[in-house]
Design a binder for this molecule. Structure first.
Ligand code: FE
Length: 131
């Protein structure tokens, strides 16, 4: 069972930049090709910018051509949660940090093997730790 972190909006706003707050805590999306990590190819770990939870490893990152950092799997299934998202007249699956409920992005069933999944994640929700 993952230990949960719970803060109110004021506390998150003090800790995060305006873009980070809008994306992570208010289900925002950064424009394609605008974030820090869509083209990052270095070896390391992508952590939750809100709580430091380790979410994705660079070894599962791939070039999706979308302009958002894309991974075919999370570090493990305990670190991320998913939930149905019917906003914007689309049926999508939202990806959240399982520890602090930060909005990370969405997962789609059109990724590469071995999982066939594409985790499409906002750079603003991540913090890259180089190995
Ligand atoms: Fe988190």
């Amino acid at each position: 069972m993952t230990e949960k972190i719970s803060k109110n909006d004021t506390e998150w706003q003090q800790q995060l930049s305006p873009d980070q707050f809008r994306i992570c805590r208010k289900n925002g999306t950064e424009p394609a090709f605008s974030g820090n990590y869509w083209n990052t190819k270095e070896t390391g770990t992508y952590q939750c910018v809100c709580c430091g939870n380790e979410l994705f490893d660079s070894n599962s990152k791939f070039d999706s051509g979308t302009g958002w950092p894309s991974f075919y799997q999370a570090i493990n299934s305990e670190q991320v949660a998913t939930k149905k998202d019917s906003s914007l007249f689309m049926q999508r699956t939202e990806v959240l940090c399982n520890k602090c409920d930060s909005h990370l992005g969405h997962v789609f069933p059109d990724g590469p093997q071995p999982t066939g999944l594409r985790f499409c994640i906002n750079s603003a929700s991540l913090e890259f730790k180089k190995k």
